[in-house]
Design a protein around this ligand. Structure first.
Ligand code: GDP
Ligand code: MG
Length: 222
């Protein structure tokens, strides 16, 4: 049997989310725990990227994963096989996590023995962009089959993240995906953003991604 907890998290409708997010960041900083909020559409490769990231960093830092989903435990079951500490969060129909829900997850996960927590947010390019989870940094994945026009359709998501992974570049030849154009769209929305083309399948580009994570975790703990 794989070992992971499944918890039902509830939205706190009375709190001020921005304030709760700031306060969660202060607590995480004190704890030397770096929280990465990873967002994307369903199927763009979050879980596959999480698996590769754990594989690359598990000997350097203690990693925890919070898998958020409306109802299933599929991703927690997959990630628990890596040996990383993982819990499944059920949002009970909500298509995002807010800071209080994230905190409920972190309390259940237990962060005292964790340096780096990855939150795989609910698959959606709209609602998760509207709620600060209290994360140290925000990342998103855009995969090649989704098309290069997505920054034009979901500008908020592209403007609130620190890094965009362009995933499934191994499949580039089968899709009409203009990587230079997508970078141009993204930089127009968010000039300071980092864009990293990867294939979570073949591992291409993963070194640059993992270096980014390593650097951010180091800075957070300084
Ligand atoms: N060709 C290709 N397929 C990928 C890549 N990354 C993920 N996939 C596939 O895309 C599907 C969805 O991936 P998953 O990680 O579950 O996406 P999530 O829903 O965002 O967590 C799976 O069939 C993966 O094997 C990639 O880099 N290249
Ligand atoms: Mg997933």
């Amino acid at each position: 049997m794989d070992k992971y907890k499944v918890i039902e998290i509830k939205e706190n409708v009375f709190g001020n989310n921005d304030k709760q997010a700031d306060s969660l960041r202060v607590d995480l900083k004190k704890d030397n725990t770096f929280l990465l909020n990873l967002m994307s559409s369903p199927g763009s490769g979050k879980t596959t990227t999480v698996l590769r990231t754990i594989e690359s960093l598990k000997d350097e830092m203690r990693i925890g994963v919070m898998e958020a989903d409306i109802d299933s435990d599929v991703d927690a079951a997959t990630v628990s096989k890596t040996g990383a500490k993982v819990i499944q969060l059920h949002t009970g129909g909500m298509c995002h996590l807010d800071a209080d829900m994230t905190k409920q997850g972190l309390v259940e996960l237990g962060t005292e023995d964790i340096d780096f927590v990855i939150l795989e947010n609910v698959g959606n390019l709209v609602c998760p962009a509207e709620f600060d989870t209290g994360s140290s940094k925000n990342a998103m994945i855009l995969s090649v089959p989704e098309g290069h026009d997505k920054p034009l359709k979901y500008p908020l998501m592209f403007s609130i993240v620190d890094v965009v992974l362009i995933n499934k570049i191994d499949a580039m030849e089968y899709f009409d995906f203009d990587i230079d154009l997508v970078k141009e769209y993204i930089k127009k929305l968010n000039p300071n953003i980092k864009v990293i083309p990867i294939s979570a399948k073949t591992g291409e580009g993963m070194d640059e991604w993992v270096d980014w994570v390593r650097q951010e975790v180091k800075e957070w703990n300084n």
